[in-house]
Write a protein that binds this ligand. Structure first.
Ligand code: TXA
Ligand code: MG
Length: 312
């Protein structure tokens, strides 16, 4: 597999996961990892997630002795859960931005799994987009954002989940949800039999997924508290990101419906592509309806809030 060879040779390979496309490099090669930061213009204080094929391989980069790791891994791996665990000294510092803990996950996408199995090295991979912009859920999105800064892009069509993994820190007590994502935190609480702390955003974050303005469109975006009004505010040409049902309202320059079937999982899968389509129209304003604040809806709301930060 050419992509695996590229990774082993220090190259950058964009690959599909079930959440979003990742920009991968050999996590054991600090120079290759440095190219990720360069390609994304990502601040060096923002640690990367390391992708491995299974729990055993996770033990190469992190300490997995905490019994909660096994129970979470059995239940949620492969899948959209990142565990923050004590790092092993063999892991280059650049991967964790100097932090004593590393984020590890076993992705559920068959192409990602084949890549990891063939490469035989742990793969550091952030989302494959320029820092702060909307995450990529297709290979085309990757090419638009990063173009020739990537050695190879593996194209496997749109991502199934559509929002990033839930990041759970097990180095804090009680464990802390650092980023809401594909696995709702109630499911983690049920599996652990323990209440979790859910961290809100800050401007000097422990987890830069918590940076206030992130996932941002170029067009200003407002997140509403309720369903969108029939007529848009008088702000020039306005685009509407609706949650469900038939598009409502008149006078919007464009409307995207996230979930024609009313399901939150459908909305998550469509979120980033719909934001990109609206952003590409060069409108004056985007307004987004809220989605229900439950399950994966919390991850969607989190991304919309951050996309909207600083727009009003
Ligand atoms: O679904 C995903 O997680 C995707 C796919 C490609 O796996 N990856 C992803 O990576 O979203 P990225 O870099 O865009 O976001 C990773 C988040 C960041 O907010 C980062 O700060 C946090 O995870 N993170 C990573 N390692 C951490 C650590 N050691 N301590 C605290 N937060 C960490
Ligand atoms: Mg990202």
């Amino acid at each position: 597999m050419e992509a695996a060879e590229r990774l082993r040779a220090g190259g950058l390979v964009a690959f599909p996961t079930e959440t979003v496309y990742g920009l991968g490099a050999n996590a054991l090669d600090p120079q290759a990892v440095a190219r990720i930061f360069e390609a994304k213009a990502r601040p060096s204080f923002d640690p990367l997630i390391v992708h491995v094929p299974d729990l055993r391989e996770a033990g190469r980069v992190a300490s997995t002795s905490d019994p909660r790791v096994r129970s979470l891994a059995e239940r949620f791996w492969p899948g959209p859960l990142t565990l923050v665990l004590p790092r092993r000294p063999e892991l280059p510092e650049i991967v964790t931005a100097g932090l004593p803990a590393v984020g590890v996950r076993v992705p559920g996408h068959s192409v990602a799994r084949a890549l990891l199995a063939t490469a035989g090295v742990p793969v550091a991979a952030p989302s494959a987009n320029p820092f702060g912009s909307v995450s990529p859920t297709t290979a085309e999105h990757v090419a638009q954002g990063l173009g020739d800064r990537v050695d190879l892009i593996l194209d496997a069509g749109p991502c199934r989940v559509g929002v990033e993994s839930t990041v759970l820190s097990l180095v804090d007590d009680p464990p802390v949800v650092l980023r809401p994502g594909g696995i709702p935190h109630e499911e983690l609480e049920a599996a652990l039999g323990q209440t979790l702390e859910v961290r809100a955003s800050s401007s000097r974050p422990l987890s830069p997924g918590l940076l206030e303005r992130h996932y941002a469109t170029r067009t200003p975006l407002w997140l509403l508290d309720e369903a969108a009004p029939q007529a848009p505010p008088e702000r020039g040409r306005v685009g509407l990101l609706a949650f469900e049902g038939a598009p409502r309202g008149h006078g919007y320059a464009a409307v995207e419906v996230l979930a024609p079937d009313g399901r939150l999982t459908t909305a998550a899968a469509n979120l980033f592509a719909a934001l990109r389509r609206l952003d590409a129209l060069g409108l004056d304003l985007l307004i987004a309806e809220p989605v229900p604040d439950a399950g994966i809806g919390r991850a969607i709301l989190d991304r919309l809030r951050r996309a909207a930060a600083g727009s009003r």
